[in-house]
Write a protein that binds this ligand. Structure first.
Ligand code: HEM
Ligand SMILES: CC(C)=CCC/C(C)=C/CC/C(C)=C/COP(=O)(O)OP(=O)(O)O
Length: 304
């Protein structure tokens, strides 16, 4: 969980409170995936203009993703207050008022939109704003409180970063960024349901229909296991489509089989510590898989 830095008196500083609303570590990984989408969109080493567009794109996407996270904290302040994991959030504790959170989210979103409009391109601006709406409104307001498939459908917005990154550099889209989007889309269920397994009581208390609450622990474990295999298959596509080389293939297989191994063990027998490890592995998995795509792009080995 993201810790809020605390000043001498035990009260987090105002800046730390606002910063915490942006779900910093989630957004860092989102921006990382977007930046890799950008790098893959440039055939060789970026020139000066491309570097500038990449920097502005990363900043704009960062600001709008942070705005979406802050908006989520605003909408969910009462739900967050009921869950142990989220009850520390400044909006849940009433340390930041709804007006302050809304003003902060609007300011971040406007700043990000302006940067994308002035220094990147209109396609990236509209796609990033659509992603904001997808997460902050469609997922948070509509899907999350109504269906256990909330994170599957809502996961589409979390999966957008490589598409945004690609659009920022090329100003158009092709099959490659959508393939990366598919990978994050299929990664989201095992990422989230591993956590939901050991946070099921929290979700039940908050009245949220997460899969372990509505369909039980065993069914959720089966879903985690199945998704790890579907994910493994999807991660082979960049190699099979000639987008990545052997280095990526080896990384995708090694990481994917490890994720399947976590899924298999979790499915066979529930163990809370194992569910926690599966969740944390999911984060390393995505970061390393995307790092492998990047390294492979600059150090191509084998047939493409
Ligand atoms: C609908 C989609 C998603 C859902 C429901 C979801 C859910 C969650 C939840 C509930 C946590 C909090 C864990 C905690 O407080 O201990 C978390 C953590 C995290 N998620 Fe996701 N996630 C989603 C998509 C993503 C995406 C797209 C990324 C990045 C590309 C991501 C990266 C992370 C990271 C890095 C953390 C760890 C945060 C920390 O260290 O505090 N998640 N996720
Ligand atoms: C513009 C752009 C790139 C937007 C990205 C949107 C975004 C921040 C997606 C990440 C998904 C996320 C933080 C899910 C957390 O689930 P949750 O909200 O259910 O978790 P919680 O219970 O911790 O609030």
């Amino acid at each position: 969980m993201t810790e809020v830095p605390v000043q001498g008196g035990g009260v987090p500083s105002r800046w730390a409170q606002f910063y915490a609303l942006t779900k910093p570590r989630v957004v860092q990984l989102i921006v990382f995936c977007a930046v890799i989408g950008m790098a893959l969109a440039v055939p060789g080493w970026p020139d000066a203009a491309q570097w500038q567009r990449m920097g502005a794109g990363a900043l704009g996407i960062w600001l709008i993703a942070a705005a979406a996270a802050a908006f989520n904290c605003l909408v969910e302040r009462r739900i967050d207050a009921r869950m142990k994991r989220t009850s520390w959030r400044p909006t849940a504790r009433g340390e930041l008022s709804p007006t302050q959170a809304l003003g902060f989210s609007v300011a971040l979103c406007a700043a990000g939109a302006l940067i994308l409009l002035l220094w990147v391109n209109a396609l990236t601006l509209w796609l990033t704003l659509a992603t904001f709406v997808g997460y902050a409104i469609v997922y948070t307001v509509w899907l999350k409180p109504t269906t256990p498939q909330n994170i599957v459908i809502g996961g589409a917005s979390g999966a957008m970063p490589p598409v945004l990154g690609w659009a920022a550099v090329q100003g158009s889209l092709g099959p490659e960024p959508w393939l990366l989007c598919l990978i994050i889309f299929l990664w989201t269920p095992p990422h989230f349901w591993a956590l939901a397994l050991y946070r099921a009581d929290d979700y039940a208390k908050a009245g949220l229909p997460m899969l372990p609450v509505t369909h039980g622990n065993a069914f959720t474990r089966l879903q985690v296991f199945l998704y790890t295999w579907i994910l493994l298959a999807a991660t082979l596509l960049p190699y099979l489509m000639g987008m990545s080389g052997l280095l990526y293939l080896v990384a995708a297989l090694a990481l994917g089989l490890r994720f399947c191994w976590f899924g298999w063990r979790l499915w066979r027998r529930y163990d809370e510590a194992l569910a926690r490890r599966t969740f944390w592995f999911s984060i390393w998995y995505l970061a390393l898989l995307f790092a492998a795509l990047l390294i492979d792009h600059y150090v191509p080995i084998g047939i493409r």
